[in-house]
Design a protein around this ligand. Structure first.
Ligand code: TIU
Length: 220
């Protein structure tokens, strides 16, 4: 077992049963003109974590531990887009509309791609998901079962939306989850802080959090 100094108490994982999930580090959330921007958000906050997420991915690749990427998005015919989701918010462009990086949040468009700095390499699984959680309507649970994973290290955006939803889904499925504090970000600083607090409250009711440095120190 490897033990990380985490909050609310130490997090231990068997190195042969851990995987990293990098959530939705896509141009649509991180770059101007994408989905996040059309919702009225300042995307610069999210772009700032790219080097830390890259270092985390690098650590997993160096160890030979699985790296799984997710992308939020919809089929070009919008058949997997609930009208309720398309209608939500008051965006300048809606999901499926033509934007500066192609159709907003649509598979295959430029904006749907993972940012080049964090691009998946051969052998890394990419999970395409129509919702905020990574387990809903995807093959993620079956994939994790197939490769024998019990512990998940989690990174990506945004902390209180797709990251938290995924972490709660994973926790209910029996995974022990560690969220890397400086490898996740929200458009809202207060929402990130609140999410970290609520995840680790009540004796890690949803999971643990730790900075990347604590994980690096633990595996050294
Ligand atoms: N809007 C927002 O904060 N997030 C999302 O819509 N998706 C993800 O978190 N990936």
């Amino acid at each position: 077992m490897i033990t990380v100094e985490a909050a609310p108490f130490s997090y231990s994982f068997p190195p042969d049963k851990v995987a990293l999930i990098v959530i939705d580090m896509q141009r649509d959330f991180v770059e101007p003109g994408g989905f996040g921007d059309t919702l009225g958000n300042d995307v610069a906050r999210l772009k700032a974590i790219i080097p830390t997420v890259a270092a985390l991915i690098g650590l997993f690749r160096e160890k030979g531990w699985p790296v799984i990427h997710t992308r939020e998005g919809h089929r070009p015919d919008l058949s997997d887009l609930p009208p309720a989701k398309r209608g939500r918010g008051n965006p300048t462009l809606r999901i499926g509309d033509e934007g500066p990086m192609g159709r907003i949040l649509i598979q295959g468009e430029a904006g749907h791609a993972i940012v080049p700095e964090l691009a998946p390499v051969e052998g890394e699984i990419v999970i395409d998901k129509p919702g905020k959680g990574s387990f809903y309507a995807t093959g993620l649970a079956a994939h994790l079962a197939r490769i024998g994973i019990t512990h998940l290290v989690i990174a990506g955006v945004t902390t209180e939306v797709c990251v938290q939803t995924t972490m709660r889904e994973a926790n209910d499925r029996g995974f022990d989850c560690l969220l890397i504090e400086d490898a996740t970000e929200s458009y809202f600083a207060a929402f990130k802080a609140a999410t970290l607090d609520m995840i680790r409250a009540q004796g890690a009711i949803v999971g643990w959090t730790a900075p990347l440095a604590a994980l690096v120190a633990a595996v050294a």
